[in-house]
Design a protein around this ligand. Structure first.
Ligand code: K1U
Ligand code: ZN
Length: 172
């Protein structure tokens, strides 16, 4: 097991659509395991492979509450097949640390994916798990949550991000 380095905005890999996974081998299993460890350590409720520098369609999600047992979902080649309802909740992103914003999403989704053996699966998700599925699948398509913001909010984000970077340069 290993902790992986999480890439931050504006890393170009975060803007690149990831490639479908075709080989269900030990290397894929190891990547999924390392991504789960990295997500739990961050801590986060999801992580997509491009965030750790791997342009493949793999994501891990665990939205279990602290007092519940872990409920790890490993999604290989996930696709949203149906979306229903509306939600507008505050989101953050491990690749955009320190910035949070409300994002319009569907409140319920059905996601088709493959497991680590390549077997097809279907889940129905709502609440935080539905939001995490949409957030992580966006990462696989090269989309960040800030891309969903209005032009005005996005320009405020860019200014705030620049200031954060400048402040970080000052303390280094
Ligand atoms: O992909 C990522 O950047 C991880 C991100 C996913 C996310 C899913 C749903 C809503 C917002 C963000 C995170 O996990 S950000 C951290 C986070 O939301 C969290 C961390 C600890 C406990 C609970 C939530
Ligand atoms: Zn994210």
């Amino acid at each position: 097991m290993a902790l992986l380095q999480i890439r931050h905005y504006p890393d170009p890999l975060l803007k690149q659509p990831a490639a479908p996974i075709e080989h269900f081998d030990e290397q894929l299993r190891q990547l999924a395991e390392d991504m789960a460890e990295t997500m739990y350590a961050a801590p986060g409720v999801g992580l997509a492979a491009p965030q750790v520098g791997v342009a493949l369609r793999l994501a891990v999600i665990d939205c279990a509450a602290k007092d519940e047992p872990p409920a790890l979902l490993v999604l290989v080649n996930p696709q949203i097949v149906t979306s229903e309802g509306e939600s507008c909740e505050e989101e953050g992103c491990l690749s955009v640390p320190g910035f949070y914003a409300k994002v319009d999403r569907s409140s319920r989704v059905r996601v088709r994916f493959q497991d680590l053996d390549g077997s097809p699966k279907l889940i129905e998700a709502e609440g935080l798990t539905a939001i995490a599925c949409q957030h992580e699948i966006d990462h696989l398509d090269g989309v960040l949550f800030v891309d969903h913001l209005s032009p005005l909010k996005r320009s405020l984000f860019r200014k705030k991000w620049q200031k954060l970077q400048e402040r970080q340069q000052e303390v280094m």
